[in-house]
Design a protein around this ligand. Structure first.
Ligand SMILES: [Zn+2]
Length: 425
């Protein structure tokens, strides 16, 4: 039996002084602060974050990232559960054999709990029920080129067909290829080549498919304000559609990106300040429910060059919480909202009712966090395999002091993470 007590325990509905008791990896009681135990004082005690959007890239592109480095970085950033994307690894997770290859690669290496998404690509619809049965949390697809040849996009008819094969969560990279152009080397051209209308129209396509098929759909990494009205309207109509956004869209702005700073390249692109303001408002309104990293690194050489050629993806699994909290604080938004968007909300999205919350019966995944301390990001000191991130040199607010996974502190040496399967309803 262990007890951690703090004057600021982030419970599902309130923040108050309390003592959290746990045993055998599970929370057994939430008691008065005066209970005997390890006293954290004014340090906040948060539920472990759930990051449902991480590209680990192992096996096959392990030099980009891998299970050991990604999960060590996650734990250092207060993330205790991550769900790995089906692409950038080779093989991509598009059938049961590939899922088994992923699990084999991950086994014994993980410092946090890890689940897996499957992929829906042209020609694999018949594999989806079996993959779902084998435990993936749902299926990712692209409506536009994914960046890697072994994970081609679906068109609307292909996504429609996939949605009809299995009752699952379909998560979609929503940009319409008809509205996206080739980019030239500089950032302003890159942003212009992937306009907000490309997101808005693709989101409308996904809404229409979800409406028609009754499938559950989720829009990944939403960056454009233009997509929000139709999303809100569809939700009001009862269409089963949700959306996430990412730390970079909430904290970085196109007008501040240097023309050749390819560490900022991601798709959809980081847009202007008015889009950022709208994303924060959409979180407040509940139109967007989750904030997850889309941690998508590669080697430094592939990330170099210019905006026409560099890999699109931002590495931030270790930095999401302080990045988002820094901006939230500046905007007068309380930490409890940030914690909700980054823990319970993504846990609910993927169906992990014992993750991302401090309550009796939940896993004792806990984060000791100093919301008022600051630090300056040094990319070379992050646990990410490749020291490239647009947050390098930024001073962020909020320091993770310690992360607990199922009742034990994560030490970054002994991997105690488990491989998770989708929980049957
Ligand atoms: Zn991604």
């Amino acid at each position: 039996m262990t007890v951690l007590r703090s004057r600021r325990v982030f419970l599902p509905d309130e923040v108050r002084p309390a003592a959290v008791e746990f045993h055998d990896g599970r929370i057994t009681a939430v008691l008065p602060y005066e209970t005997d135990g390890v006293d954290l004082g004014a340090l906040a005690l948060l539920p472990g974050l759930v990051d449902s959007h991480v590209h680990v890239n192992e096996p096959g592109r392990t030099e980009w990232e891998g299970f050991a480095s990604a999960t060590r970085a996650a734990a250092s950033g207060g993330v205790t559960t991550l769900v790995d994307m089906p692409l950038n690894s080779i093989p991509p997770t598009v059938d049961v054999a590939a899922l088994e290859a992923k699990r084999k690669a991950a086994a014994g290496q993980c410092h946090v709990d890890v689940g897996f998404w499957g992929g829906a690509v042209p020609g694999n619809a018949s594999c989806l029920p079996g993959l779902h049965e084998a435990g993936v949390f749902g299926f990712k697809s692209f409506l536009i080129d994914s960046g890697v040849p072994e994970f081609p996009p679906l068109d609307a008819a292909g996504l429609d067909a996939a949605m009809r094969t299995v009752d699952a969560l379909f998560i979609v990279h929503a940009e319409d290829p008809a509205l996206v152009a080739e980019s030239s080397p500089l950032y302003p051209d890159f942003v212009a080549s992937r306009p907000p209308e490309a997101e808005a129209r693709a989101v409308e396509t996904v809404i229409e498919l979800a409406r028609r098929t009754g499938a559950r759909a989720h829009i990944l990494h939403l960056a454009a304000a233009d997509a929000l009205p139709s999303l809100a309207a569809a939700q009001r109509d009862g269409v089963r559609i949700t959306a996430e956004t990412c730390p970079h869209y909430l904290t970085l702005r196109a007008e501040d990106v240097p023309s050749l700073a390819t560490e900022y390249k991601c798709c959809p692109p980081i847009r202007g300040g008015q889009h950022q303001d709208a994303l924060w408002q959409a979180l407040a309104d509940g139109v967007i429910t989750c904030v997850v990293s889309d941690h998508s690194p590669c080697t430094a050489d592939l990330k170099a060059g210019d905006f026409a050629t560099a890999w699109g993806g931002i590495a931030s699994v270790q930095l999401g919480l302080p990045a988002v909290w820094t901006e939230a604080h500046r905007r007068g938004i309380p930490l409890e909202d940030v914690v909700h968007w980054m823990s319970k909300a993504p846990a609910d999205l993927v169906g992990l009712p014992h993750k991302g919350r401090i309550e009796v019966g939940a896993d004792a995944d806990l984060v000791v966090f100093a919301p008022d301390e600051t630090f300056t990001v040094d990319a070379s000191r992050l646990h990410h395999r490749n020291p490239v991130t647009p947050y390098h040199g930024r001073t962020l607010q909020g320091v993770v002091h310690q992360t607990w996974l199922r009742g034990e502190p994560v030490d970054g040496v002994t991997p105690t993470g488990r491989l998770l399967r989708r929980e049957a309803k």
